[in-house]
Design a protein around this ligand. Structure first.
Ligand code: ZN
Ligand code: ZN
Length: 201
């Protein structure tokens, strides 16, 4: 049974919010960044139950609609514990800089303990300490957050950023099979092969 996904581009920073379907009426919601109402309507249109919200990291542009959607979907929220502090702090998640302070007031679960054998959580620090990439192994889909982009990598000048760590994380991701599809937090999809070639130029 093959997973499928949908992407909802939303918010001023055009974050990619993803729905990943498991084929039995459920989905994971990745990075509900901004427009809760739009995301809610699209989930309803697909007529699926949201199993969980998965956050690739704690920046405001990836978490903005989380409080709103948890109230509606009554689902758990998973992210890396190293970014727990960020999602609660409008200054650390940078929402304060955009005059729309965001603080998650929902229960947070440790994504490294996500109990699904089809999903591998790869810790990819560097853009933030708790940045992770979510790998749906069977379908070879990698949700890379702000770590690996189409022809680029994440910035390291924000809170918790570290260039040495980021480079290690990128090298770790580039060891995946070349035909893995990479679905970043912003911009177009790519593949491991394309990004390997891009890095070696
Ligand atoms: Zn970010
Ligand atoms: Zn972002």
């Amino acid at each position: 049974m093959s997973m499928k996904f949908d992407v909802i581009v939303n918010g001023p920073l055009e974050v990619n919010t993803y729905l990943v379907f498991n084929g039995v009426g459920e989905c994971y919601l990745i990075d509900p960044g901004y427009d809760g109402d739009k995301i809610y309507k699209i989930v309803k249109k697909h007529d699926v139950k949201v199993k969980a919200i998965l956050l690739t990291h704690g920046h405001f542009d990836h978490i903005g609609a989380t409080n709103y959607l948890v109230n509606l979907f009554k689902c758990p929220v998973y992210l890396h514990p190293l970014d727990f502090k960020m999602v609660k702090s409008p200054s650390l998640n940078y929402s304060i800089a955009f005059n729309q302070p965001i603080s998650l007031d929902v229960e947070l679960s440790d994504i490294t303990k996500l109990n699904n054998p089809e999903i591998e959580i790869i810790h990819t620090p560097g853009h933030s300490k708790g940045s992770i990439s979510i790998y749906f192994k069977k379908d070879k889909l990698l949700f890379s957050g702000d770590t690996l982009f189409n022809k680029g990598v994440g910035r390291t000048d924000l809170y918790g950023g570290n260039e040495v760590e980021l480079n290690k994380s990128i090298n770790k991701l580039l060891l995946l099979d070349e035909d893995v599809m990479v679905l970043p937090g912003h911009g177009e999809a790519t593949t491991i092969l394309e990004e390997k070639l891009n890095r070696s130029i």
